[in-house]
Design a binder for this molecule. Structure first.
Ligand code: PRE
Length: 282
């Protein structure tokens, strides 16, 4: 089985894929859209991309690309712990406090703001496509006083020295990664990491209807459907036009979720099921 992921080697996405699919052929992609496109073009059997971090919130690029460009079904989710480390080329290990630039994924930099503010206030932040792309970049420029924020595997893979460990600002730092496929067919994963099932919906509210969100929520509430996430994103059709992403804490059933969807449609909402899938906690 071929699994694509946000690369290069040693991203957090790579770690999640390696744990969940130890025997799969792993194919790295430079960006999240490239990985999603590869699923859509059937170059790979499934793609794994980051969706949400406990400290920094949604990975908007993933959400927006899925919703607006390639609406692929979500067939699974992996929740993984995230530990960020500051690393430099070995030449700079003894004077790391003098680095002028810090390279990483924007989410990783955001997870370490307190540390950076306290210890490297003057260094410029440079966003890269992933944490391991940043580690690779730093390793290829030994003459420059620069650092990367990435995981331990990236330090090993690219020959960097970790100079500060666990620099993320809060202990509970986890990221959700979704598994997307071309067809809505679950991957056969028999794992002790299985932790439950979820259903994700996209709901577009009718225009200018007072109390519409309240009515949407009540369709779930009186059916006692437990929502684990509700988030709005711009519909990109005009100022003030938003859609909602709603996660329900259970598998698609034959009565409750279809009933809630029918009620929302009767309210003139547009509803799309993005997936009903198992999740795994590493
Ligand atoms: O850059 C990586 O290593 C990724 O896998 C991406 C990503 C993200 O997009 O949130 C994944 C986990 C961490 O939260 C930081 C970065």
């Amino acid at each position: 089985m071929k699994i694509g992921y946000l690369g290069p080697k040693a991203t957090f996405t790579d770690l999640a894929v390696t744990t969940m699919f130890p025997r799969a052929e792993k194919i790295p992609y430079h960006t999240i859209p490239e990985c999603i496109d590869a699923v859509s073009n059937e170059e790979i059997d499934a793609g794994v991309v980051p969706l949400e971090n406990a400290l920094e919130g949604s990975v908007n690029l993933t959400l927006d690309y899925l919703i607006h460009e390639q609406l692929l079904p979500i067939v699974g989710e992996i929740i993984a712990p995230i530990q960020q480390h500051l690393m430099v080329h070995p030449y700079h290990a003894h004077h790391w406090t003098e680095v002028k630039e810090i390279y990483s994924h924007s989410h990783a930099i955001a997870q370490c703001h307190k540390f950076l503010h306290a210890n490297l206030k003057k260094a410029k932040h440079v966003y890269m496509t992933s944490t391991s792309a940043a580690a690779k970049f730093v390793s290829e420029r030994p003459h420059l006083p620069i650092a990367a924020i990435a995981n331990r595997l990236a330090a090993e893979e690219y020959g960097l020295t970790i100079v500060q460990e666990n620099i993320h600002d809060y202990d509970y730092n986890h990221t959700r990664f979704i598994i997307v496929r071309k067809q809505n067919e679950p991957l056969k994963i028999d794992s002790p990491l299985y932790a439950g099932d979820k259903t994700t919906l996209m709901v577009m509210l009718p225009k200018d209807q007072p109390g519409a969100l309240h009515q949407v929520l009540s369709a779930f509430a009186w059916r006692k459907l437990n929502l684990t996430k509700i988030e709005s994103r711009p519909a990109k059709t005009g100022l003030g036009n938003y859609f909602f992403i709603i996660d329900i804490d259970q598998k698609m059933d034959e009565v409750l979720i279809p009933g809630a969807i029918a009620e929302l449609e009767a309210l003139d909402c547009t509803v799309q099921v993005l997936g009903s899938y198992p999740y795994y906690i590493i």
